[in-house]
Design a protein around this ligand. Structure first.
Ligand code: OAD
Length: 255
């Protein structure tokens, strides 16, 4: 594993354009559960019953009571972990350009990344479905369910429900970033949901190296990824950052 960490760190130090595609696995170490697999959100809730736009429009109180209030409680208190902080550090030292994320928790921005494309929208902001008034999620009170705007309209999160379109600009920018990068870090995603799962394929077809970081293999591992670093995203990122710092120190000494 250490040999592979050194190899990947070397790739990252000499790359010109690195993009990360992240999924729920990067936020697991911040206490936010993933969607699939053991302990995943969809093990407890049927996504069609609680996370589709049809379900929300039919019975917003039910979706708020069961899924959204829990999500709000978890996201309100979550803090970036080493995976988020490592990606922010990679941007700060000029290695990483863009994060494409499927997550709605806002933790990449909280860690310090400045170019984050949120394919599935975000849970940091809510919008009144009647007057379009926008408010940050921290200010939403759960003393009435569903939470309501001063005009009486119901608040909905700015994230994408199943059955809704991916925001067009996010889609377009993700494709651009994927086709222009020379390394894509694919972190903590099961690569089951489109169009996000297609981004590493676009990157690969455009000549990029694909490096996965995940606790287990995914559908990309066999045919698309060049390497997989198996382990928790935060722990792997700490090892990578240490190795990158060593490479950069060595370069400075040689210079
Ligand atoms: P998933 O829950 O499908 O997958 C999480 C991935 O993270 C799995 O491959 C795990 O093996 C991996 N994982 C778990 N813990 C990890 C850790 N500590 N470090 C590294 N990897 C870890 O989440 P996504 O792929 O993000 O969409 O799911 C994609 C979309 O499906 C979500 O954005 C959501 C969901 O339905 C919507 O809600 C629209």
């Amino acid at each position: 594993m250490i040999a592979l960490i050194k190899k990947v760190a070397g790739y990252l130090v000499s790359a010109g354009d690195v993009v990360a595609l992240t999924g729920a696995g990067v936020s697991v170490e911040s206490g936010i559960p993933p969607f699939r697999g053991k302990g995943g959100v969809w093990e407890r809730f049927d996504p069609m019953e609680y996370a589709s736009i049809q379900a929300f429009e039919k019975d917003p109180a039910k979706v708020w009571r069961v899924l959204l209030s829990e999500l709000k409680r978890v996201v309100d208190k979550a803090e970036p972990n080493s995976a988020h902080k490592g990606l922010a550090k990679l941007e700060k030292i000029g290695i990483l350009k863009t994060v494409i994320t499927q997550n709605v928790d806002g933790l990449h921005q909280k860690a310090g990344n400045t170019d984050v494309i949120e394919i599935h929208g975000n849970f940091a902001w809510h919008r009144c479905m009647k007057c379009d008034h926008r408010t940050d999620t921290q200010s939403i009170k759960l003393d009435q369910i569903p939470p309501k705007c001063h005009c009486g309209g119901i608040f909905r999160p700015e994230c994408v429900f199943f059955g809704e379109m991916i925001p067009l600009e996010a889609m377009w920018r993700s494709r651009q970033a994927a086709s222009n990068c020379d390394i894509m870090l694919v972190m903590g995603t099961s690569a089951n949901v489109q169009p996000a799962a297609y981004m590493p394929i676009i990157a690969k077809k455009s000549g990029a190296k694909i490096i996965e970081i995940n606790t287990e293999a995914t559908p990309l591992t066999e045919n698309i990824s060049d390497h997989i670093l198996l382990g928790k995203a935060g722990e792997i990122m700490n090892l990578l950052i240490t190795e990158i710092e060593n490479c950069r120190q060595a370069e400075l000494i040689i210079d």
